[in-house]
Design a protein around this ligand. Structure first.
Ligand code: GAL
Length: 397
């Protein structure tokens, strides 16, 4: 209708394509953005003074008589859109990073299960940048997702993003890592203290008994609450032995952003400071273990010093068979991602699925579920990681 301003804005129905991810990977470059638009006629001059004012009274009578029917139609459309969204919830998945092998697997298995349950997923990855992750969550909120699933880069930095979600009445699930001091609805993860206990518990019986053992400790990212839980688990085992002088920590530090290159620097510094007479390096995950082992290789110590890890990354499993890494902690990721997809869909539909535990995050006792973890070395790698189909035996060679 010439002279009338049209205002367009996206509606809630299917407000994201079936699967949206910044097309960083060739595999997804095909995904196209689909959005639906509603056109509303505004004859009010207030919208754009450049356009002439149109008086609705000039509309033909028969058009005006259609108003009640048009109104009913719009109402029904909105109701069916609301019903459709409950039946086909949209989940906003905000990730810290996709740099590590495990997060790619979490993403893919989560999306597959969510889609199997009739939901659609919008994925954002913040590349370990807090400001960007807050922005990612804000944009998911503005797209009116039905539920948010967040892997925080920094458990404290996401507090204000969760506040925005609370204000928008969008439920929030913390995935794998806890969000601190925030009103979140669920925390779904593995037993992270058990991870640390498994790492230290594996090393202690293998340390020399005839003299104080000399170990290095490389913790995870200080921004990640899990890194503190892993350390707590290790402390539960090592603490009394360190106190008794049976174990000496010759060097320890935190690997910023879980970066392998940061772990390598810490390991180089440890050898420089404490020399080559080392018995073990307790490292919190496989990515950083890879960095530490690189440094040990440079000093001809790889395979002579026990090194721990976590995540059963492919490279780590290969190192375990080659003998340069002693163990890893296998976390059956699909169990966690499928659980999270199921809970996200139920919550999006207004449900209150039961949790098995709680954890206080500084703001509330968060309903939580802690999945079990499995220590793995060369003796049980095939019967765990391979048997589960997490890796193929052929790929471990
Ligand atoms: C932790 C996670 C580990 C490890 C690490 C680095 O929070 O629980 O599995 O991958 O992050 O991303």
């Amino acid at each position: 209708m010439p002279g009338v301003q049209q205002v367009e804005h996206p509606v809630r129905q299917h407000h994201a394509a079936t699967f949206l991810e910044p097309a960083r990977t060739p595999r997804h470059r095909g995904a196209q953005r689909e959005e639906f638009w509603v056109v509303e006629c505004h004859a009010l001059a207030s919208l754009d003074p450049r356009l002439p004012v149109v008086n609705p009274a000039s509309f033909p009578r028969r058009v005006m008589n259609l108003r009640p029917a048009l109104f009913l139609l719009a109402l029904t459309a909105l109701a069916s859109a609301a019903f459709a969204s409950r039946e086909k919830p949209v989940i906003g998945l905000s990730l810290d990073t996709l740099k590590e092998e495990r997060w790619q697997r979490d993403r893919d298995t989560f999306i597959a299960e969510a889609q199997r349950l009739g939901a659609t997923v919008i994925v954002q990855s913040a590349n370990s940048d807090d400001t960007r992750q807050v922005r990612d969550v804000e944009s998911l909120i503005s797209r009116k997702v039905d539920v948010l699933v967040i892997v925080p880069h920094n458990g404290s930095a996401m507090t204000r993003a969760v506040k925005s979600a609370n204000d928008a009445k969008i439920p929030v699930i913390a995935y794998d890592r806890l969000i601190l001091n925030a009103q979140i609805d669920y925390y779904l993860t593995f037993d992270n203290v058990k991870v640390g206990e498994a790492q230290a518990g594996y090393i202690v019986p293998r340390l020399p008994k005839d003299r104080p053992a000399r170990i290095v400790r490389i913790y995870g990212a200080p921004t990640d609450n899990n890194a503190k839980l892993f350390k707590q688990g290790q402390d539960n085992i090592l603490g009394p032995l360190i106190k008794a002088g049976k174990i000496q920590v010759v060097h320890e530090d935190w690997a910023l952003d879980w970066k392998p290159e940061n772990a390598k620097k810490i390991m180089n510094a440890a050898v420089t400071k404490a020399g080559r007479n080392l018995d073990a390096v307790i490292v919190s995950n496989d990515g950083t273990a890879g960095g530490a082992i690189q440094a040990l290789q440079e000093d001809g110590l790889a395979g002579k010093v026990l090194v721990t890890g976590q995540d059963a990354d492919l490279a780590a499993c290969q190192r375990i068979l080659r003998g340069t890494q002693a163990m890893t902690v296998y976390k059956p990721l699909t169990k966690l991602s499928h659980l999270a997809a199921r809970i996200a869909v139920e919550v999006a539909k207004g449900g209150k699925p039961a949790a098995t535990s709680t954890l206080h995050n500084g703001a509330k006792d968060v309903p939580s579920i802690f999945e079990a973890v499995i220590p793995v070395d060369k003796d049980n790698l095939l019967s765990t990681v391979v048997a589960d189909g997490f890796h193929k035996a052929a790929d471990l060679k």
